[in-house]
Design a protein around this ligand. Structure first.
Ligand code: DOR
Ligand code: ZN
Ligand code: ZN
Length: 346
């Protein structure tokens, strides 16, 4: 079979990214802004983005970290707490300060201690979001010490999401970084107002890769990698061309000493290689015909945004992912550090 040597697509958007703040932000924003035209910026900083004031300041910090002629647009999200005020939400949405709001079940992931314990405590906010057409993004896991970590996503769907959709049928919801066959099936079964992002790491690896030949802390993320069956369901989902699935890297840097630790942090920093990896997986699945939609159309369609005007070109030329990224003296180990990937992006 003849292998395609290069192809061009509409410049993609990353619908789920963590930029952090301070020095990390300044170092890493370029790895997203070089390849993506827009990004949905997650609000779970150590001081989370819960106010209009903090969102404005955070956006400014992001814009200041960009190159002068960059066209990159960060879309800001609001971290929902029990104190979130529906009037603030409405004002910030209409003023285009917040594009969406993020639901973190309390203690479900990194920096989620201000998250929500009981959905009914934010009913008035969800009602308002539904009314004004503001999207709700969810970290879809229930955390309970009696529940197996590998079942957290499935339980979120069964116990929270199904009811949430019944109570707020017009609310646009994105189930972020899906990791299970149950999530794929559920998304496919729903007619409207529900989409899902899929990460490079959940497509590339399963829990055997993380645990069966030594423990790999740099593959530790939440939702945790699942079994091969689930990985294959995700691969099938993107290969089907279903428009409800779109690109979200969940790129989430942590310093290496917080990853290689007795209690390691969850999160994988993948922004610099993300597009090359997605392309590799689509090619492997013989689904490159659906690649542009996944990267550059489906998300915009879901969020009722225009498609980007710029394009990027993929060239079949391998390159080596750096072993480490320096943030001053400190080190972040990128996803697939030191490995070769097949596609170079121009
Ligand atoms: O692995 C993860 N890391 N999953 C998340 O949901 C959050 C992220 C982070 O912020 O580090
Ligand atoms: Zn998450
Ligand atoms: Zn995330």
């Amino acid at each position: 079979m003849i292998k395609i040597k290069q192809f061009t697509i509409i410049k993609p958007d990353d619908w789920h990214v963590h930029f952090r703040n301070g020095k990390i932000l300044k170092t890493i924003v370029k790895y997203t802004s070089n390849f993506y035209e827009r990004a949905m910026v997650m609000p779970n900083l150590s001081s989370p983005i819960i106010t209009i004031k903090s969102a404005k300041k955070y956006k400014k910090n992001i814009l200041n970290a960009l190159k002068k002629n960059s066209t990159f647009t960060p879309l800001m999200t609001c971290y929902l707490t029990i104190d979130t005020d529906p009037d603030d939400i409405e004002y910030a949405f209409y003023e285009k300060i917040f594009f969406a709001a993020k639901l973190y079940p309390k203690n479900s992931t990194s920096y989620s201690k201000f998250g929500i314990k009981k959905i009914k405590t934010i009913t008035n906010v969800l009602e308002r979001m539904q009314k004004i057409g503001m999207p709700l993004l969810v970290h879809g896991e229930i955390v309970d010490k009696n529940m197996d970590i590998f079942d957290r996503e499935k339980f979120f769907i069964d116990k929270i999401l199904i009811k949430l959709r019944k109570d707020f049928p017009e609310l646009k919801i994105v189930l972020e970084h899906i990791s299970t066959k149950e999530a794929v099936d559920y998304i496919q079964s729903v007619k409207k107002n529900l989409g899902a992002t899929i990460t490079p790491h959940h497509l590339m690896y399963n829990r055997n890769d993380m645990l069966s030949n030594g423990i790999r802390p740099h593959l530790y993320c939440l939702p945790i990698l699942k079994s091969k069956t689930h990985q294959e369901a995700l691969r099938k989902a993107i290969s089907s061309g279903n428009k409800k699935f779109f690109l979200g890297t969940d790129s989430a840097p942590h310093y290496y000493y917080n990853k290689e630790s007795h209690c390691g942090s969850a999160g994988i920093f993948n922004s610099l290689s993300s597009l090359s990896i997605y392309a590799e997986i689509f090619e492997k699945m013989h689904a490159l015909n659906h690649f542009e939609s996944f990267c550059s159309r489906n998300g915009a369609l879901f969020y009722s945004l225009p498609e980007n005007k710029n394009t990027i070109t993929f060239i079949r030329k391998s390159w080596k992912i750096p072993d480490k990224i320096f943030v001053g003296e400190k080190i972040i180990i990128p996803f697939l550090a030191g490995k070769m990937v097949k596609w170079t992006i121009e």
